[in-house]
Design a protein around this ligand. Structure first.
Ligand code: UTP
Length: 289
């Protein structure tokens, strides 16, 4: 019997150097797109995929991420006193079930693979999802829900993939592909940040994964890969051949919010998707473009 997918790991221990000085004293994952921090989009997407337990892998200066999901008792009492039901409503998505969110600390940012390994006690023997909050996906069906459905179909590892320009393969984890039905593609190999000439395809992994717990054993070897970091991609590559492993071409648009241009594009796209803002945004865009 296939184990249900109920756990998600959210690594948030990176330094966010591309967003300095904004990220000097504040976590990159607290940057808002329109009016909601990136981390909350990730938690809401996970919930919509049936996730019930969350583990944030945090580091120094990330306490606001934990605070954000707590109850702001004084703020709520004041809002109630003032009959601000609209503002109280806006706070709802930032509350989680008591006891459903853990944090573990990655003391030194040794890479994404190391961050996931830090959550090993939380993961135990269960399949788990990973969401990188700086990858934001605008889609009809939440991206992780699409992956969860694919996990139920295939019974193994599934990563969200998208075609990227060949000259950009050195920024991403890239697939060596097998059987491909246009939606699900069998993964025969994985390479982290290959030079365009060495890339086995131009299908890249985005920050949404459903993985089997066996990946932890491979990450535990702490082998250094691209950039001298412990790479999740290298750990995942060791699963291929032993377990089903697929890439899913998800429906939706991905925004790389760890990058300034990607972050600005997300602001525009998400604002245009909001009925309360779309007209105003469309009007001022005309002024500048
Ligand atoms: P990034 O590659 O975007 O790195 O990490 P970063 O440090 O956040 O940002 P830049 O490149 O310096 O601007 C991808 C994801 O992996 C997490 C990050 O928090 C982000 O969610 N991560 C990365 C860790 O948790 N630990 C690490 O050691 C590395």
């Amino acid at each position: 019997m296939r184990k249900p997918l109920r756990k998600a790991v959210l690594p948030v221990a990176g330094l966010g150097t591309r967003f300095l000085p904004a990220t000097k004293a504040m976590a990159k994952e607290m940057l808002p797109v329109v009016d909601k921090p990136l981390i909350q989009y990730a938690i809401e997407e996970a919930r919509a995929a049936g996730i019930e337990q969350f583990c944030m892998v945090t580091g120094r200066g990330k306490t606001a991420l934990v605070e954000h999901f707590d109850i702001a008792f004084e703020l709520e009492a004041t809002l109630r006193q003032r009959n601000r039901t609209d503002a109280l409503e806006a706070l709802k998505g930032s509350q989680v079930e008591p006891g459903s969110m853990l944090t573990v600390r990655q003391q030194v940012p040794l890479g994404l693979g190391h961050a996931i390994w830090c959550a090993r006690a939380f993961i135990g023997d269960d399949p788990f999802a990973i969401l990188l909050p700086d990858d934001l996906v605008l889609s009809e069906t939440p991206c992780l829900k699409q992956l969860a459905d694919a996990y139920n179909e295939t019974g193994g590892n599934v990563v969200a993939v998208v075609e990227v320009p060949r000259e950009h393969t050195n920024r991403y984890g890239i697939l060596k592909t097998g059987k491909d039905d246009g939606r699900l593609v069998e993964v025969q190999g994985l390479v982290e940040k290959p030079a365009p000439a060495d890339a086995p395809s131009n299908l890249s992994i985005i920050g949404r994964y459903v993985l089997m717990p066996e990946v932890i054993g491979h990450l535990a070897k702490m082998e250094r890969g691209a950039g001298n970091e412990v790479q999740l991609t290298d750990g995942m590559a060791k699963l291929i051949g032993n377990q089903p492993f697929h890439g899913l071409r998800y429906e939706g648009i991905r925004f790389d919010c760890g990058d300034k241009a990607g972050f600005l594009e997300a602001q525009i796209a998400f604002a245009l998707a909001r009925p309360d803002l779309a007209d105003a945004v469309r009007a001022f865009l005309h002024k500048y473009v």
